[in-house]
Design a protein around this ligand. Structure first.
Ligand code: SF4
Length: 193
């Protein structure tokens, strides 16, 4: 769908320069999705993997973040192999709705209520990022925190359109349950993609 060099705004690598590759196609259907244009892959041109990786290398970034859409819908083995061949790190952001292919240096699992994650994804997650939209999402967060490994970092992130309403609740929740950290979408504050 698009690719661009920017600053990672969310989660464990927040504030880190990263090259983003956004792959079109998603059938998860989150009601609050902020990239609905990505849902239909046929709306976007086909781009050769080698071209994507060449542009990533030329950017000067050290990390390639593969996102979507839901990138795990595709076989990502060749893409990650080529990124590694250039000496760059491979990071993915996935809802976990599909089994993961490829070699990943960092897996950010952000499960969605609209399509449950597959079981295999939980032990692979380096970071669990729960988007909080309403009060019931805290229980949803705990249910998934039980499934990931002991070293997986845990993040609560307010959904952007309700951030002002839910952030005070997230702050109180994190203070009471300090295994959680708070992730904000700081790229939106910086007005960058
Ligand atoms: Fe949008 Fe991501 Fe949800 Fe797909 S999984 S609908 S791209 S937020």
């Amino acid at each position: 769908m698009e690719q661009f060099y920017t600053i990672q705004g969310e989660g464990a690598f927040q504030g880190t320069p990263a090259y983003f590759v956004r792959i079109a196609g998603c059938d998860v259907g989150c009601v609050w999705c902020d990239v609905k244009d990505s849902w239909n892959a046929e709306d976007h041109p086909i781009v050769a993997v080698d071209e994507m990786v060449s542009l990533a290398r030329q950017s000067g970034g050290q990390i390639v973040v593969v996102t979507g859409g839901e990138p795990a819908m595709y076989d990502l083995a060749y893409l990650t192999e080529q990124i590694h061949r250039e000496g760059l790190r491979t990071h993915i952001e996935t809802s976990g709705a599909y089994p993961l292919s490829g070699e990943w240096d960092w897996v950010c699992l952000s499960p969605k209520k609209f399509k449950q994650p597959v079981e295999d994804i939980f032990p692979q997650a380096d970071e669990l990022k729960i988007v909080v939209y309403n009060q019931t999402d805290f229980k949803w967060a705990e249910d998934h925190a039980r499934e990931v490994s002991a070293t997986c970092k845990l993040y609560l992130q307010p959904e952007w359109s309700v951030e002002k309403k839910v952030l005070p609740k997230i702050i109180e929740y994190a203070k009471a349950n300090p295994k959680w950290r708070i992730s904000l979408q700081v790229h939106k504050y910086m007005d960058i993609p």
